[in-house]
Design a protein around this ligand. Sequence first.
Ligand code: RIB
Ligand code: CA
Length: 327
Amino acid sequence: MLTGMPDRVRPRLLIDCDPGHDDAVAIVAAAAFADVVGIVTVAGNVPLDRTTHNALVMRDLIGLDTPVHSGCSRPLVAPPRHAGFIHGESGLDGAELPEPTTPLDGTDGVEFIIDTCRSSEGLWLVPTGPLTNIGTAIRLVPDLPDRVAGVSLMGGGSFGNRSAVAEFNIWADPEAAAIVFDAFDPSTPGSAAGPLIMAGLDVTHQFQVTPDRIELTRAVPGRLAAALAGLFDFFTGTYLSRHDEGALSGAALHDPLAVLAITHPELFEHADRHVVVETRGEHTAGMTVIDERRLLERSDPNCRVLTRVDADEAFAVVLDAVARFSN
Ligand code: RIB
Ligand code: CA
């Protein structure tokens, strides 16, 4: 919990995302509290052309000076699968957003990730979509995880949202996700020290954009807040329409937690666990298999699994970020 505002160092991070309503908030939070060395887009919530367009829209909306490169347009092995039923066909339905005025910096997203990891010290990789780009980069440069401060991803969990056990980001490209989690597995020769931080559904479902939080957002002056309030209205509408009455009070605002885990770690509790990704199961492909056993013979941990978030404080941080771009 926050015990007085700690002195904050602005971490350096690269976001790999599939905007996506919650990815858009992750970009705002990163811009407010970190040095964003670049944004790379991946096919996920919507096809790559749309996630890339949406990343450019968000960059312009907050006046962020950082390059945007598009990455992989489809998963390594799995068929392309999207989530327009949650985010709308545009990927950011619910607000009138200005067309981008700044051009895409490249279509070489994976190479951009590799080059940036090689040229930067202390860089965090923050994937908030399917792990296709990150997995491909690690497959090309196996010691890449050793060159970064860590990876903080949104994905996985002890339950799923695309199946009983598989969360969308992992389910969309299980093979890529397996590459990433295995790269930090102590039993993998040459594995990276980490940390690999996982903001899975167990923690992101604690962080819902409830009606009062939408109104708090709408009350912030400026174009960005108005746009986000509209996006939240849409996002919550589609989310709640797909759940039992009373199951949730608002859409789970998943992706910004992968950023706040680095910028505001005091807001979280975690458990170090061994996590492996199932890629073959007929009913379990895309599952993050989290070893919760108290058995001493269990595998050594490769992942810092976020278990709890101070949701009120975290949303106050998000509102602070939004207010900083209230032009
Ligand atoms: O399952 C939630 C994740 O899938 C979030 O990253 C959301 O943006 C979608 O990509
Ligand atoms: Ca996402």
